[in-house]
Design a protein around this ligand. Sequence first.
Ligand SMILES: [Zn+2]
Length: 144
Amino acid sequence: MAEHVGPPGPLAAAEICSFVATRAQVAPADVAAADVDRWRERESQAQSRSRDDNEAAARACAGAQLSAFRCECGDESCTCEIRLTFAEYESVRAYATHFAIARDHENPESEQVVEEHERFAVVATVSGEAAKLARRSDPRQWRR
Ligand SMILES: [Zn+2]
């Protein structure tokens, strides 16, 4: 009976809030600015790598109902798989700074959740440097 199926209830929303609060503490305030920059850069690179993998996956299974994609969060060790339709994936890729992630995988320090679905969430990179990197590494930048 205690399965987590379907949209989150009020309790799940509270859980998300506490999780987000935990994630917000990932970068302690006393860390040198250079360290934060390096950490943001690695996070951006991890996101770009996942996006590149997903671009290949999208080409391979265009048209399929639901396809498996890699979570595009900034956590290098994240191995989560998310399921999107090709149309959903394409709508995320319409913006160079948007990434599809598993729910609750956003980093509130540098990202903003712009869409939340049952199977995944979409975040927009809001930190200046990370957004620049996301745009520069966008594999579709010349096809827009
Ligand atoms: Zn993730």
